[in-house]
Design a protein around this ligand. Sequence first.
Ligand code: C5P
Ligand code: MG
Length: 169
Amino acid sequence: PRVIFILGGPGSGKGTQSEKLVKRFGATHLSAGDLLRAEQATDSSDSQLIKSYIAEGKIVPVEITCRLLNRAMQEVAAKSPDRSQVFLIDGFPRNIENLRGWEEVVGEKAVISLVLFFDCPEEVMQQRLLERGKTSGRADDNIVSIKKRFVTFKEETIPVVQQLEVGRF
Ligand code: C5P
Ligand code: MG
């Protein structure tokens, strides 16, 4: 399988654009955030941890996120054993640890074809997230969590984007 990573700040449109890309080009869209929220909603042993990390805008330990991504990819592969499968993975890798974890868990089993980065001004992202928060029901679409997510984005995600940009992965 080939993988396209979709990165960008919170509210930059990763999910929205991924859906559009998938409609047009027919890949499989996997959102790391959606997978974490789904796992949190179950009664799994990681629920509480995921919940607090998301509310704090922190990056969940990669063992959990990679396990969920890996499982989702296996499920798709089992349904349609098409070796040319393309996965659009949105919101991953969010930090260096995410990237290292991917290399360990998935590594040679998939090819990273492309990384898309959506560059969007913070004021625009904040406005969108506050607007979304009116109806999203998400625990992190409030101003306190949004500010924390912006800090995490700048401190942890930007460095990984810079690494990917120069092809060191
Ligand atoms: O991408 P999304 O905005 O849906 O992510 C929501 C939250 O999920 C992030 O702020 C973070 O707490 C968590 N997350 C994570 N690791 C990822 C993707 C999302 O910890 N790779
Ligand atoms: Mg999203």
